[in-house]
Design a protein around this ligand. Structure first.
Ligand code: PLP
Length: 412
């Protein structure tokens, strides 16, 4: 008889995930849920998804697809019908001309980014990321062995990267510049006049590729005209990946469908990565996305107008609180406020608020409002408010933050 001498060993994570933690946004959401379960009325302004529902005609298209039996594997990059719909969208809305072979559909735009970095980065390759940034950017770069080169873009410069900063950040190891407009978390957007100088720098640096994330293009305010870089500078088309998706504009975060247009060699390499992870995107979501892109678009402007009213409410309320300051963003559904003016102040129980993290944790514990510290997006001294929720809830949340801040005092 042989004795089983095997003993359980501790789980040993791969080195590649050592520097990555669970997203701070998720951790804040979990704490909010915990407090809620204990009976507290927590308002969560942390999540990055619209409170609107997916429009009915999109749900209907999904049902129709199931009825037609569109429930089997498809081509890795998506059905021909979907890629035609995406090409049509790029042509109609962005002035970009992509053929079906230059398009890939993935399980969310997050997977587009993951595929692109997995397919292109070698250890030590650098990726320039204007900061504040969506944390997924730097985490994916690190996961793929690359080095995120974080370039701080302060509120005074509209949270936008300047041409000088870009020039200084580029080295022979630079592979990509990641540009997101309108931005998560700052809501800042690049108009054509902001993009032109950046694109001129890129023209001088042929080894640098451009990843463009246009996820929030339809959520813009006050007549802001969203324009995608390749429409301004077609000479960059052969080294640009233009990313978009249905999550935010069509309120389809759970459907998990994102897509991109780019040069064939890159799309092919991304397809190799995708073939060994998820295969093609979900067929039902592919059909729903065709309906989203080709169906009625009038509700987009209506929803953007609803977001604008909420933006004004939140930005005005934050600016009325002594110690806080908030730039009015051009788009997305986030306000990125400075909290430097409350740093060093003292709560009624004598705690000094020295960091944005401490401030946000205190708001959660005492004001029952969950917001995300700027540190989570690479820019301390700020916090992000997601205003993708109804007006009454936003009013209550802002009143709670104001009341809490009014209790702060200067240390004796
Ligand atoms: N890009 C940005 C800037 C985002 O904020 C998000 C989601 O938060 C995404 C992409 C990912 O969207 P998807 O749901 O398609 O993965």
């Amino acid at each position: 008889m042989t004795m089983n001498t095997a003993v359980a060993s501790d789980f040993r994570p791969a080195e590649r995930i050592e520097s990555l933690g669970v997203s701070e946004i998720l951790a804040i959401g979990a704490r909010a849920a915990e407090l809620r379960a204990s009976g507290r009325d927590i308002i969560s302004l942390g999540a990055g998804e619209p409170d609107f529902d997916t429009p009915d005609h999109i749900k209907q298209a999904a049902w129709d697809a199931m009825q037609r039996g569109e429930t089997k594997y498809t081509a890795l990059t998506g059905t021909a019908a979907l890629r035609t719909a995406i090409a049509g969208k790029f042509a109609r809305e962005n002035g970009l001309s992509y053929s079906a072979s230059e398009i890939i559909a993935c399980t969310g735009a997050k997977q587009v980014i993951y595929n692109a970095m997995m397919a292109s980065l070698n250890p030590g390759d650098e990726v320039i990321i204007p900061t504040p940034y969506w944390v997924t950017y730097s985490d994916i770069v690190e996961l793929c062995g690359g080095i995120p080169v974080l370039v701080p873009c302060a509120a005074e410069q509209g949270f936008r990267l300047s041409a000088t900063q870009l020039r200084e950040a580029i080295t022979p190891r630079t592979r990509w510049l990641m540009l997101n407009s309108p931005s998560n978390p700052s809501g800042a957007a690049y108009a054509a006049e902001h993009l032109r100088p950046l694109l001129d720098v890129l023209l001088e640096e042929p080894h640098v590729w451009l990843m463009v994330d246009d996820m929030y293009e339809h959520i813009v305010y006050d007549g802001f005209r969203h324009v995608t870089p390749v429409a301004i500078e077609p000479r960059l088309k052969e080294r640009t990946l233009t990313i978009n998706g249905v999550s935010k504009a069509y309120a389809m975060t759970g459907w998990r469908l994102g897509y991109a247009g780019g040069p064939v060699p890159l799309i092919k390499a991304m397809t190799v990565i995708q073939s060994q992870s998820t295969s093609a995107a979900n067929t039902i979501s592919q059909a729903a996305t065709i309906a989203a892109l080709e169906g009625p678009q009038d509700f987009l402007a209506e929803r953007a107008e609803a977001f604008r009213a909420r933006r004004d409410l939140v930005v005005d309320a934050l600016n009325a609180i002594p110690g806080l300051a908030c730039r009015s963003p051009e788009g997305a559904f986030y306000a990125f406020a400075e909290c430097g003016g409350v740093m060093g102040r003292q709560t009624p129980d004598g705690t000094r608020l020295d960091t944005d993290r401490a401030f946000c944790a205190w708001l959660m514990e005492t004001a029952d409002v969950a917001v995300v510290p700027g540190t989570a997006f690479g820019l301390p001294g700020h916090f992000r408010v997601s205003y993708a929720t109804d007006t009454e809830t936003l009013k209550t949340a802002m009143a709670r933050i104001a009341a809490a801040c009014a209790t702060l005092s200067d240390p004796a």
